[in-house]
Design a protein around this ligand. Sequence first.
Ligand code: SF4
Ligand code: MG
Length: 337
Amino acid sequence: PRTLVKVRDLKMHFPIFAGLFRRRVGEVKAVDGVSFDIIEGETLGLVGESGCGKSTCGRAVLRLYDITSGSISIDGQEIGDAGYQKLRPMRPQMQMVFQDPQASLNPRMTVARIISEPLDEHTTLSKAEKQERVYELMDAVGLNRDFANRYPHEFSGGQRQRIGIARALALNPKFIVCDEPIAALDVSIQAQVVNLLEELQDKFNLTYLFISHDLSMVRHIADRVAVMYLGKVAELAPRDALYSKPLHPYTEALLSAVPEPDPNVETRRERIILRGDVPSPAHPPQGCNFSTRCPKVMDICHQSDPDMQEVEPGHFVACHLYPPTTKPTTKNMVASE
Ligand code: SF4
Ligand code: MG
């Protein structure tokens, strides 16, 4: 298996300004040293509560921002420090499906124009070729070709998300960041859109970073899962390992609130209620960033920030409960070889 996306020590800090003279008074560490790999054709789920930095992380990986520091490589090309000129030819390969199809589609453009916009920008296809491509894409996402000249408001939420997906597919991308792609949809159609994303993944060999706060949905779609808390990855593991044997106290707490899908499983987890609120990313706690809320906090947790380490093959965790091993930490975020 080939690593398509490699992210190392990614930081996205936003300055905070205040006062009459807009003096810089601090910074929000929205993403604060995140590392992961994504293998070609897999889905990496990125989960966490709202405000943990997962969306910012997804956008930063696609370089929709100038990042603060770190390395991002897509298919062997380093784009962490790339400027507009270097990014432009890379854009077709890496796309995004947004949370709110309503907000991400121009209401004054027809479906055909929305889907062909990336073709206008990045290809030299003729008008007829573009039209054919639009029809192909509408077929692929299950939209009726007859609706090509309609406007977004004439569609349901699920259909609008299909338009967004068709647009993301227009340039044959390899890698798609799906940012809460179903969160704005009715529960009754969420599964349809998730199934469509899976179908398209198989058909076009797509690699996904699937961002969601919905742990049940991520369990369904992801091959591996990274759990984020306050700008950092707390734990990263193959899906089954993470859901059946979470190691990080934060993952344990998150999962304790998720209903067990298998009624035969007798050992129901007891619901873990975390004390306090998530601290502001402008003032993260000293040491481990979970130390203010962790039920298992120890003295050392207030003093030092635990490194990510590989506790079992492919199972990474950043927590002092797991004493340092000799294994490399972020050298290979899939599994040690
Ligand atoms: Fe809890 Fe300490 Fe582990 Fe942080 S390092 S999650 S505070 S036990
Ligand atoms: Mg899959």
